[in-house]
Design a protein around this ligand. Structure first.
Ligand code: ADP
Ligand code: MG
Length: 335
């Protein structure tokens, strides 16, 4: 017989991960759901739905309901979660009936947005739902000693938001969030190609360009890349070659904005904890942290050691899972 499952959910804007206490990470899929607008039914979810972006017939729309870091569309988010939880319980045979769930919430989210997340999970039938702030989950998942009275600085660069948090003694001492992260870099790349070449490319292509030849640091060996898009003048497909240096120029302003948020948060750090940051530095996590040269560029700019979390794409999920144990303690600290 199944006991009620205990699961942690990283409800990310780009990827959703589900962590089961007994089995570790049991699901890691893009936060995308494809809906048939006539029947309102879910046609596909996760990777299968992401694959459809920019390619579907008119009646089927792939949606990223969390795109800007909050639940833009509550019903769709709930539907997506339901479909993913169903997939998990089928795939790995864990019971997701009446689970105890820990879900992370973006640190900048309002009480209304937090309630929306809470309700979306409850509507699936969760028995107990605990919310944990994302930077805390990320820090726990990145193996930082969050319980100790020292400054643990975590920078989580996701799809929709970048969050910077300083955690000490189990609680958030300072934190800031901006809606500039991986998606914004993709948009900058789309704009750059459109303005300079009169060529339209899709989100998926832009993301591939970023991962392959996107650099945060101007000091890198220039890399070319052949890309395809639609010529806006002729309307026909066209292939061009672009270089990593122009992509660097296209994304550098957005990266500066993330840097400003890190600086602002470090300035808010109480003086007694500032010394810790000089010694221990900051830890990067989230998929956006994987951008080529980001770690080196940041350490040049802020003059403290910059480390990469062991599994940047999984820190939050691992942290929500581990926090199942310590959730009561954290809630006490937050009061
Ligand atoms: P979220 O928590 O918002 O779901 P993730 O932490 O899953 O976001 O990170 C997703 C973001 O990371 C996307 O914008 C994706 O393009 C970006 N990303 C993933 N891998 C890389 C990489 N190797 N280089 C640059 N960006 C990356
Ligand atoms: Mg995240």
């Amino acid at each position: 017989m199944f006991s009620n499952a205990e699961i942690g959910i990283d409800l990310g804007t780009a990827n959703i991960l589900i962590y089961s206490k007994s089995k570790g990470i049991v699901l890691n899929e893009p936060s995308v759901v494809a809906i048939d607008i006539h029947s309102k039914q879910v046609v596909a979810v996760g990777a299968e739905a992401k694959e459809m972006i920019g390619k579907t017939p008119q009646n089927i729309i792939p949606i990223r309901p969390l795109k800007d870091g909050v639940i833009a569309d509550y019903d769709v988010t709930a539907q997506m979660l339901k479909a993913l939880l169903k997939k998990v319980s089928k795939k790995v045979g864990i019971s997701t009936r009446k689970p105890t769930v820990v879900v992370c919430t973006p640190s900048g989210s309002t009480s209304v947005e937090r309630r929306a997340i809470h309700n979306a999970v409850t509507s699936y039938g969760a028995k107990h739902v605990h919310l944990i702030e994302e930077p805390v989950a990320a820090a726990i998942g990145a193996d930082l000693p969050v319980d100790e009275p020292i400054a643990n600085v975590i920078v989580d660069i996701g799809g929709g938001t970048s969050e910077v948090g300083i955690i000490s003694f189990g609680g958030v001492v300072a934190c800031n969030s901006i809606r500039v992260a991986g998606d914004r870099l993709d948009e900058e790349i789309i704009q750059h190609i459109r303005k300079n070449y009169n060529i339209l490319i899709g989100e998926r292509t832009a993301e591939n360009i970023k991962m392959e030849i996107g650099y945060a640091h101007p000091n890198h060996e220039e890399v070319p890349m052949e890309i395809r898009g639609r010529d806006m003048v002729t309307g026909l497909p066209k292939t061009i070659t672009i270089s990593s240096m122009e992509i660097y120029n296209a994304i550098k302003e957005s990266l500066e904005q993330i840097l400003d948020t890190i600086r602002a948060t470090l300035e808010e750090c109480p003086p007694e904890l500032s010394g810790d940051i000089v010694d221990h530095g900051i830890v990067l996590t989230g998929g956006g942290a994987l951008l080529n040269g980001l770690k080196e560029w940041l350490s040049d700019k802020i003059n403290v050691p910059v480390h990469m979390a062991p599994n940047p794409l999984e820190s939050v999920a691992i942290g929500t899972g581990r926090s199942l144990k310590m959730i009561n303690k954290l809630q006490k600290a937050a009061k």
